[in-house]
Design a protein around this ligand. Structure first.
Ligand SMILES: *Cc1c(COP(=O)(O)O)cnc(C)c1O
Length: 466
């Protein structure tokens, strides 16, 4: 598989180059020359393979020229060492993607990216320095994914005082090859500093800089795996047994079991709580590969750039607005360029139905779903749940893009509710903390504070790394 830039299709590069460079030199995003297809034999046996086998079959066509099968097999086994259960709740399912070490779905991408970087750079002597700006979740997942990986150093920039205490410990509590810089400013300041660092002459001469943000193709491809796995499971008429780590505090959640179970055996409609749209793009890849997926609901908070585009055909990026589902506070989603490089507006409009949800509705949903089923949603999952409600209400309209749909609906649970306890607990009471988060809470924050100034960043990076 070769990759090219969304802005220039004339110079194909390898997976290795696309992954290690992150962004193309013309500023575009790397996309595969074509989205690979499952062979008929793989396709017919998707329902009988386990998660690791599905991960191997899904990722292999994207990487096999650069990563041998035996290496890839070990990589997916160690990266995806936690479950992604499809849990029944009321009339739908929640695909729980928060059982990894940082309790958010970004663990899937970050853990695979770290392992692929370590392999692709196995013959390099010079240390790679990954610089990443975070508003919260990405920094923790990247720090955790790369922690202890030889030959790679990571520095995470985060806005001082604007991430939760837990997020700060996930970012700044590891030490070792992971450094943390608290910037006196906003997330936008952090991002601006990272961008200026990449073009700073002295820094690029002295440090071998790379990025690890969500536009990296090596983070995107592994996110297709859980769509393949969940849709294959539902299509074969099954779902996951309610795992003990599932954030359900009372009740059985069996309220509308007949409705829900009657929908199994068919292609799945996924509802994806979205910000930068990397997760949804990975779902589109899984569907194009041949996974049994009927379509998507794109759920956003008030940062509704993409739902508006889907409704009107006009793409109007805006500055982001702060919400309680803060990992989705994105006004100019970076993966939009990738989606529209593969698919036309007409194709996207038929396949993705967009809804947006404000904070008031999000909180109402957290409280209501807990009352009816005992299931605790996090604010991001609650945006998704509410979007499904809106979609169900609109379904009577014959002009509705999925008017005749009768298959299972699965909302992606992108984060564990304990990660957003300050929002969730006033609505539902105390939320049990999973072991990985409890462990992180016990860490000591070790970060350097700087003002939002490029020279301050350069000086700090050079002292940290020399
Ligand atoms: C990052 C994140 C999202 C948004 O995912 P995108 O791929 O940026 O659309 C949603 N929920 C949570 C909890 C996240 O951390």
């Amino acid at each position: 598989m070769k990759y090219y830039s969304t802005r220039d299709r004339s110079t194909p590069v390898s997976f290795s180059a696309a992954a290690l460079n992150g962004l193309a030199s013309d500023g575009g995003l790397f996309i595969p020359q074509e989205i690979p297809q499952f062979s008929p034999s793989v396709r017919s046996s998707l329902g009988t393979m386990n998660f690791i086998e599905l991960a191997f079959e899904t990722i292999r066509p994207y990487v096999h020229e650069d990563i041998p099968d035996s290496v890839l097999g070990d990589m997916v086994e160690s990266a995806f060492n936690f479950p992604a259960p499809l849990v029944p709740v009321d009339d739908r399912f929640v695909l729980e993607l928060f059982h990894g070490p940082t309790a958010a779905f970004k663990d899937f991408g970050a853990r695979f990216m770290a392992r692929s970087f370590a392999y692709l750079r196995r013959n390099e002597d010079r240390e790679l320095h990954i610089l990443v700006a975070t508003s919260g979740d990405t920094g923790g997942a990247v720090a955790d994914g790369f922690f202890g990986v030889e030959g790679i150093a990571v520095t995470v920039l985060y806005p001082k005082g604007r991430v939760s205490p837990l997020q700060e410990r996930q970012i700044a509590g590891l030490g070792g090859n992971v450094s943390a810089i608290a910037v006196e400013g906003s997330f936008d300041d952090c991002q601006r500093l990272v961008k200026s660092a990449f073009v700073h002459p002295e820094l690029s001469r002295r440090l071998n800089l790379s990025s690890a943000n969500s536009i990296n193709i090596s983070r995107l491809v592994p996110q297709s795996v859980y769509y393949v796995a969940a849709s294959a499971l539902a299509k074969s008429g099954r779902y996951s047994q309610d795992g003990k780590a599932t954030p359900r505090m009372r009740g059985t959640g069996e309220g509308q079991r007949a409705v829900r179970d009657g929908r199994l055996g068919k292609d799945v409609l996924f509802c994806v709580p979205s910000g930068n749209f990397g997760n949804l793009t990975a779902g589109l890849y899984a569907q194009a590969m041949g996974a049994p997926i009927a379509g998507f609901i794109a759920a956003t908070n008030i940062n509704k750039t993409v739902p508006e585009y889907l409704a009107s055909g006009v793409y109007q990026p805006r500055p982001s607005v702060a919400t309680i589902s803060n990992a989705m506070d994105v006004g100019a989603p970076s993966n939009f360029e990738r989606m529209t490089a593969h698919w036309s507006y007409e194709e996207l409009r038929k396949n993705i139905h967009g809804f947006w949800v404000d904070d008031g509705k999000t909180k109402e949903t957290i409280a209501r779903v807990f009352d009816t089923s005992g299931y605790v949603l996090d604010p991001h999952g609650a945006v998704g749940w509410t979007a499904v409600d809106q979609w169900l209400a609109a379904k009577e309209d014959p002009a509705h893009p999925f008017a005749g749909f009768s298959g299972p609906v699965a909302v992606l649970g992108t984060a564990h509710p304990a990660k957003f306890a300050e929002t969730v607990e006033p609505l539902v009471g105390p939320v049990p903390v999973p072991p990985s988060l409890a462990e992180a809470m016990g860490r000591t924050v070790q970060s350097v504070t700087i003002r939002a100034d490029v020279e301050a960043l350069v000086e700090t990076l050079l002292t940290l790394r020399s």
